[in-house]
Design a protein around this ligand. Structure first.
Ligand SMILES: [Zn+2]
Length: 74
């Protein structure tokens, strides 16, 4: 194998490794992004205030007017 071929092989392997790392980090970001927003979203029936609460809470009290609201399901 000649020197230019060795350099070309090295560059191709390096680029392939970089692409793999980029794809891997992109995959990780997509996997972990939804986990951060597991909180339930509530919209107050009385005053329209939109807020979030823990995922294990079925009904949450509005911090603006005290009305108890059901979680919004998507
Ligand atoms: Zn309210």
């Amino acid at each position: 194998m000649s020197i230019p071929n060795l350099i070309l092989t090295y560059v191709v392997v390096l680029l392939a490794a970089l692409i793999l790392v980029a794809l891997y980090s992109e995959f990780r970001t997509r996997r972990f992004a939804p986990a951060e927003s597991e909180d339930r979203i509530f919209r107050c029936e009385k005053c329209g205030y939109v807020y979030t609460d823990d995922p294990d809470v079925d009904r949450s009290r509005c911090s603006q007017c005290g009305q108890t609201n059901d979680a919004i399901e998507f």
